[in-house]
Design a protein around this ligand. Structure first.
Ligand SMILES: [Fe+2]
Length: 288
């Protein structure tokens, strides 16, 4: 078994794992320990790794106990190059510039993306961080009055253009035939059983059970609670960082990335990958 040291990254969520020697497969005791910490903390950070895509995929899927499930041959997460890198330098990098509001990747998909990971392949420090919040912590600390108000309500989430608040520098991803889904706001995590606040700044459209003049202020109250600065933790990327997080319980955002800024190339893996043909991939523009 690897001798691992586990350090909290913030009070509510996230752990750094020190001492992992990556290999495929890891021994059972190491897997169990990492899976337990991942379930409890939602995000694991490994620093100073030199790993290829196969190791990133293995670690990410192992943490959600899907390492024995073969890749769906129709999934598009492996072969489409511009789906694989968040980059301001690679010619087909995704989200190459701009600010991203807090979101759960592909929240508009009926089948949630369970795990998401980024690996710092080319990072010219210092670069813009990735900022995280925990939707589990959001629920656990939600005032009783707000809990009562959201109980039994559902919200719709869309890949379509929908913008609230300060849009300065925001990157807008435009999808053809934008998809959407509806889910309870008081959401039960399918693997951990935790309750979490399932709405996000970037993709939540409306509370389907309420009229907009009632629903919109409630959404804003939830955001004010969930995204308060004390609930955020920022990862300042270094080359060789691997961050793996539970995409259902942990949301991510980032400040403005510039194409003429330092290289920020992060190799991305997500599972399960939402089904999208190359023509359905988004185009990017700036909200202003
Ligand atoms: Fe994302």
């Amino acid at each position: 078994m690897n001798r691992l040291e586990i350090r909290d990254l913030s009070k509510a969520f996230g752990s750094e794992v020190v001492g992992l020697e990556p290999k495929i497969p890891l021994d059972a005791d190491t897997c169990q320990l990492l899976q337990r910490v991942f379930d409890e903390r939602g995000l694991l950070l490994f620093r100073g790794l030199d790993i290829d895509k196969a190791s990133q995929v293995y670690l990410s899927k192992m943490l959600v106990r899907k390492d024995t499930v073969a890749d769906d041959p129709t999934a598009d997460d492996v072969d489409i190059e511009h789906e694989m890198y968040i980059s301001n330098k690679r010619t087909k990098g995704i989200a190459p510039f701009g600010r991203l509001q807090f979101h759960t990747d592909a929240m508009w998909c009926d089948q949630p993306v369970e795990v998401l990971s980024l690996y710092g392949e080319d990072v010219e420090e210092p670069v813009v961080p990735t900022i995280f919040v925990s939707a589990v912590n959001g629920w656990n600390t939600l005032p009783a009055g707000l809990r009562q108000r959201v109980h039994g309500l559902s919200a719709s989430h869309t890949a379509g253009q929908l913008r609230r608040g300060d849009l300065t520098d925001v990157l807008v991803a435009t999808f053809q035939n934008a998809r959407s889904t509806v889910a309870p706001i008081e959401f039960r995590h399918p693997r951990t059983g935790q309750t979490l606040l399932y709405v996000c700044e970037q993709m939540t459209q409306e509370i389907v059970d309420l009229l907009p003049d009632e629903g919109e202020p409630l959404i804003q109250e939830i955001f004010d609670h969930m995204y308060q600065p004390d609930n955020q933790w920022s990862l300042y990327w270094r080359k060789g960082d691997l961050a793996v997080w539970d995409n259902i319980s942990i949301q991510h955002a980032r400040p403005n990335v510039m194409t003429d800024g330092p290289a920020r190339t992060l190799r991305k893996f997500l599972f399960p990958s939402p089904k999208m043909s190359p023509e359905q991939l988004p185009t990017f523009s700036n909200a202003g």
